[in-house]
Ligand binder design. Structure first.
Ligand code: BTN
Length: 330
């Protein structure tokens, strides 16, 4: 680790407390000038510090630089998970899948400030501009049944919703299967990709890719995109640290995945889900259907009641409201 990385790690680890230049120099066994130069280099790289004479340095609450050190400093437990952060990458899911196929372990997280080819569900692209979003992919290797593996995406949606709600204090809804909504606008999408072992008919690994619009996207999203999607800051008026959010999601994901076999997250998922109770259209087995969404079953499938009273359980795909009902406002 070079001086720059050591200085950042030490300041990040001291959280809201100030760390003096002298203390830093002594702890790292370097000169105060070397510490000062490291701080200047970090500032030039986009990190924001509060520097107060007589007290020292700390990470500024306004800092918007995404970094592995800052994510690690926000984790609740002293985990040794691998955290890799890119300024720019094609897709964090692509990179995570490559690492997973090479044997990388459970818990590894890849995050990026920007994706040049972010991928969404159903072959769509996911717009991932710099400085505003959190794009992260987590490799998991849980020892769970194939039935439980099918619940990973909905489980992750609950984890991300809980994490965000805790930080911004506003209700976060889920739209089946795995979109997070705030005030009727999409603020987050999730793409889970899995590899099954044919030998053991079990899950080898899954990559959970989460893309959240965190800071204001006004002037960045096209007017077409702004009709359906927004950011947490624009909807809740709260600026959240992307590093903190990433750490919080990782913690909640661990907790939620623990209980996935017993479907512990389902109650929360049902409570948040916004299609339930509304007339929707969906594609099911190549056919377009319209009906009333009446609930979520134990496989996290959407139950749709058709006009003739028959019911269909949709396990994947996409459904949209025919009539808008915003759970946040009732
Ligand atoms: C969707 O809304 O259709 C899902 C979007 C998932 C986007 C995330 S961003 C991090 C990860 N990397 C990707 O290329 N996609 C996922």
């Amino acid at each position: 680790m070079n001086i720059r990385e050591s200085v950042l790690k030490a300041i990040a680890a001291s959280g809201e407390d100030f760390l003096s230049g002298g203390q830093l120099a002594e702890n790292l066994g370097v000169s105060r000038t070397a510490v000062w130069k490291a701080i200047k280099a970090l500032e030039a790289d986009g990190y924001l510090f509060d520097a107060v004479s007589g007290r020292g340095y700390r990470i500024s609450p306004q800092n918007n630089r995404l970094s592995a050190e800052l994510i690690r400093a926000e984790l609740n437990s002293h985990e040794d998970r691998e955290i890799i952060v890119f300024d720019e990458i094609d897709s964090t899911n692509n990179y995570a899948k490559k690492l997973a196929s090479e044997g990388d372990s459970h818990g590894t997280v890849i995050a990026a400030d920007k994706q040049s080819a972010g991928r969404g569900r159903l072959g769509r692209s996911f717009f991932s501009p710099s400085g505003t979003g959190l794009y992260m992919s987590v490799i998991i290797r849980p020892e769970i049944s194939i039935e439980a593996a099918q619940l990973i995406t909905s489980c992750a949606a609950c984890a991300a919703a809980e994490a965000l709600e805790g930080l911004c204090g506003r209700q976060v809804d889920v739209k089946w299967v795995n979109d997070l909504y705030m005030n009727g606008k999409k603020i987050c999408g999730i793409l889970t990709e899995a590899s099954l072992s044919l030998e053991t008919s079990s899950l080898d690994y899954a990559v959970i890719g989460i893309g959240m619009n965190v800071l204001s996207v006004r002037g960045i999203f096209s007017s077409e995109l702004s009709e359906i999607a927004a950011s947490v800051e624009d909807e809740a008026g709260v600026k959240i640290s992307r590093n903190k959010l990433c750490a919080e999601i990782l913690g909640r994901l661990d907790e939620r995945l623990e209980g996935i076999e017993n479907r512990e997250f389902l109650e929360d998922y049902r409570r948040r889900e916004i299609l339930t109770g509304n007339v929707i259209t969906a594609s099911a087995g190549g056919e377009r259907i319209t009906g009333r969404a009446v609930g979520i079953d134990d496989s996290a499938s959407l139950i749709v009641e058709l006009e003739d009273g028959s019911r269909r359980a949709l396990s994947s795909g996409e459904a949209n409201l025919c009539r808008i009902k915003n759970k946040s406002s009732v």
